[in-house]
Design a protein around this ligand. Sequence first.
Ligand code: NAP
Length: 363
Amino acid sequence: MAKKEALGWMEWCRGWMHVIYEMLFQRILASHLENPLPLPPINDLTCIVTGSTSGIGRETARQLAEAGAHVVMAVRNTKAANELIQKWQNERDEGGLPLNIEVMELDLLSLDSVASFAEAWNARSGPLHILINNAGIFSIGEPQKFSNNGREEHMQVNHLAPALLSILLLPSLLRGSPGRIINVNSIMHHVGFVDPEDMNVTSGRRKYTSLVGYSGSKLAQVMFNSVLHKRLPAEAGIFVLCVSPGTVQTNVARDLPKIIQAAYHLIPYFNFSPQEGSRSSLFAATDPQILEYCEWLKADEWPACAFISQDCRPTNPSEEAHNIETQYKVWEKTLELIGLPSDAVERLIEGEEVQCRYGSQRD
Ligand SMILES: NC(=O)c1ccc[n+]([C@@H]2O[C@H](COP(=O)([O-])OP(=O)(O)OC[C@H]3O[C@@H](n4cnc5c(N)ncnc54)[C@H](OP(=O)(O)O)[C@@H]3O)[C@@H](O)[C@H]2O)c1
């Protein structure tokens, strides 16, 4: 069969219709949800939230901590995170218990930083119940940029680094079983395309734009996590989900020209607030029934992992995300790019050591 070079016209149009429909009607679609989302008691849970200094991640970390969870803010700006914790503590009622929240440094533009973070966390030998891969970038209109690891920045921050983090933290997630890996994805994956042989979009077969970089990275994340969902044995009790937060007014548009940023902030009716945008992550992290749904998808050999939409309802990711052949190619290529052997998941689940090309324990 000829190699697929791009999304077909019909798929591309359907993808854009999906995106526009959600952007225009998200508030109506989610009108049944309370804001903030009520959370069950979660005092016994430990959660890592990446990118929790801003936007959706900041709200997610705050609400999880206020509901009693032990929260780790995994961030590159540790000073900003510590200041936020101080602010949240100060805002609490007098006599209320202090928040159980801490900061650890993590820069997703460096795979060494990701591996070192996981080493430091796993060395505690404690359980991890919830990993929320929230941090992400959308460098709208910017030229193509590469990390020090030589990867296109959207692909690295939005897909490769979270993939490495998820796999390296499997031993801690096993200790916390049932555990959840939650990936903050985007409706934009519907218009994305991934060529596993050209994850950096440098071959010249496709023209790079920030939209191509962003949407492709989000599609790669759904595809990779669909394979992870299938490869994790049911007995491991680790559940993999992707969520769409909706269109949310955050710093994600920080790279837009000032005039477009102003227009963006003028449409609050259409945009969710960060608190509204955090509901799908919080729902995926705490809803008890979602685990049964994930189990059912696995038992039914459904080709994609669970995908929760901005209205906290399970939905289907894009048609392309269900392409099993590409999913497995994305899986293999991702493991190669993040410096892990192809059987890393199986070995970590068996309790074996796995060497990673990155971090302090590399060869
Ligand atoms: N806002 C939307 O409409 C929307 C829609 C769909 C999906 N999403 C997804 O939602 C997630 C959160 O985005 P947001 O809208 O809340 O954006 P945001 O306000 O820009 O927050 C992004 C967070 O990611 C962190 N981050 C960026 N690069 C990082 C790196 N190299 N290492 C570690 N952390 C890094 C940022 O840290 P710094 O503060 O240090 O930069 C920040 O805390 C992203 O995955 C995004 O793709 C957002």
